[in-house]
Structures are given as structure tokens and as C-alpha cells.
Design a protein around this ligand. Structure first.
Ligand SMILES: [Zn+2]
Length: 295
């Protein structure tokens, strides 16, 4: 890590039965709150909710927490962060996964499997180094088959709306073409690594996937963008973020997953929740409340 970079690498470890979880920070981004952030709520409503949580009201701190699972002798990375190129552009605010891996005593050459949840830039761009080489050269790259089918479909790309969707198509082609499209698609309900089962949670994207990690009677639900911000989308599961591809389906998925986590008292490891991003979910009013927890 360069000495003038402001971001400290962050590492948090815990166990789910025999599976060791290492939570790694990939930094953060301050996202301005404007009237486009939530499609069906205005800035005043958003600000009121942020203020009630004791947070700044004009910007949202979006954080990124990839995890490495040590399971049955394999090292499995779930999502790859923003990537080294963005690290330089953001002056070390994000794209810091490599520093966090080093701080955890992990070498990216020793990652055996990379499992991708969905094809948004803050989850896939870390597949490449700053010079567009594979960042995890010895790893099998596993991707949701629904996601792969959609983003690699030339017809879908030709119909993509200008702006966000067409940029996402271009970015995904850039990343996966640099990898020679050498990926292994996986299906929902499939075990993607020992003790790690893929769960379909579509809406945020067509093939957005979560995971149940289970070992020795303990279970944790790994979710990335079912609930993005830990305050806004738990308190208001009916709010539709600009980043949800199918917002109605995303809301249905969010309510179904949160209800399940409450009913089964299953902790959630959530990619965009405040580090170390391990929370329990409770019902509160029409929505939910999350608080830090342990396994
Ligand atoms: Zn995300």
C-alpha cells in the first residue's frame, strides 16, 4: 500500500462451523443524495431517515465488503470489489481489496475460486489488475448462469437503454473479454463451494445471487444488493433504488429475504453494510432493523 493512501485496509475474521470467514474492505464511495437516488421517495424523506439514524443527510457512504471463505481446504472469494484501476482514480478510497488481502495474510494467487454474485462494476471490476490482467490467475471464476446469459447476449445489449444499462454492458464485455470469457456458470440452488449454496435473489439484476454458508449447524446468509444501504432499504423495503434493474421484483425479493432472515434468525453478511457488515435482522414497523451481531 502506498504511504499517501488514506484508506486503512480492514479485516475481520469469524467462523461458521468449520468454515472461516475473512471480511475484507474494498473501501467506500460517497454517493450524493439527489431526487434520482430513490425512484419513489424524495430527498426530504431520504434525509429524514438518514438524520434519524445519525448519518449525514446529503451523501450516502457506500462501502464494499468482499469475503474470503476457507472451506474444505479451498479459498473462495465472493465478489472482487472495484478493482485496482479505480483505486488509483479514487486516490485510494476504493478498490483496496488487494491491501486488505495482504493485511489478512492472503495472496491473490492463492485464491482457488472466485464466485461472482452479479455483474455490476463494484462486484466484478476487481477481477482485473490495473493493466487488465487476471487479478486471480489461479482461480476458477464462477458466475450466475442467468447473469452470464443476459449480459453476454448481443440482442439484449442492442436493446439496452442509453446511460447506465449500456455502460454496464460495455463494462462487462471489457472485463470478461479480458479474461477470455473463461468462466464457469453456476445455477441457483447449486453448491458453488463446499457448504456454500447459491440462492436466486433477482431484481437488482436479472441474475442477482445470494448465498447460504452452512457448517456444523451454523448458517449465515450472504447478500450483496438485496438491501443495498443498511438504513434506507431495511426501514423502507418498498423504496426503489435507481440501481435496481427490476425494482418491483427487487422489492419482492427484499421482503421475502428479510422475512426469512427474521423467521430463521439467520445472520446476514451484507456487501454494502458498514464494516464488518455482519448483522441480524428484526422486524420493525412496516420494515426491518439491522444491528451488528456475531455468529
Ligand atoms: Zn453492489
Amino acid at each position: 500500500m502506498l504511504e499517501d493512501e488514506p484508506v486503512a485496509s480492514e479485516v475481520h475474521r469469524y467462523n461458521i462451523g468449520d468454515i472461516e470467514v475473512t471480511v475484507l474492505s474494498d473501501g467506500f464511495r460517497m454517493v450524493p443524495v439527489d431526487d434520482k437516488y430513490i425512484r419513489n421517495a424524495g430527498t426530504a424523506e431520504i434525509a429524514a431517515e438518514l438524520a434519524a439514524a445519525g448519518l449525514p443527510t446529503d451523501k450516502i457512504k457506500n462501502t464494499y465488503a468482499p469475503i474470503v471463505l476457507a472451506t474444505a481446504g479451498r479459498r473462495v472469494l465472493i465478489d472482487t470489489g472495484n478493482g485496482e484501476a479505480v483505486r488509483a482514480q479514487s486516490k485510494g478510497e476504493r478498490g483496496t481489496l488487494d491491501s486488505s488481502l495482504a493485511a489478512a495474510g492472503l495472496d491473490r494467487n492463492a485464491i482457488d475460486v472466485v464466485v461472482i454474485s452479479h455483474f455490476h462494476a463494484d462486484h466484478v471490476n476487481g477481477l482485473l489488475t490495473a493493466d487488465n490482467k487476471p487479478a486471480f490467475p489461479n482461480a476458477q471464476i464462477k458466475v450466475p448462469e442467468a447473469e452470464w446469459k443476459f449480459w453476454m447476449d448481443d440482442g439484449e445489449m442492442s436493446r439496452a437503454s442509453a446511460g447506465r444499462m449500456s455502460e454496464l454492458f460495455a463494462n462487462n464485455r471489457r472485463v470478461f473479454d479480458a479474461l477470455g470469457r473463461k468462466v464457469t456458470p453456476y445455477a441457483w440452488d447449486e453448491e458453488v463451494a463446499p457448504g456454500v449454496t447459491a440462492v436466486g435473489t433477482p431484481g437488482h439484476s436479472i441474475g442477482h445471487t445470494s448465498f447460504v454458508v452452512a457448517s456444523g449447524g451454523a448458517r449465515v446468509f450472504v447478500q450483496q444488493d438485496v438491501c443495498n444501504n443498511a438504513v434506507l432499504f431495511t426501514r423502507h423495503p418498498g423504496w426503489h433504488g435507481f440501481f435496481d434493474q427490476d425494482p418491483v421484483r427487487a422489492e419482492a425479493t427484499r421482503r421475502r429475504v428479510c422475512d426469512m432472515l427474521v423467521a430463521e434468525q439467520m445472520p446476514v453478511q451484507a456487501y454494502h453494510f458498514p464494516f464488518p457488515a455482519l448483522m441480524r435482522v428484526e422486524k420493525q414497523g412496516d420494515g426491518y432493523k439491522v444491528t451488528p451481531t456475531t455468529v
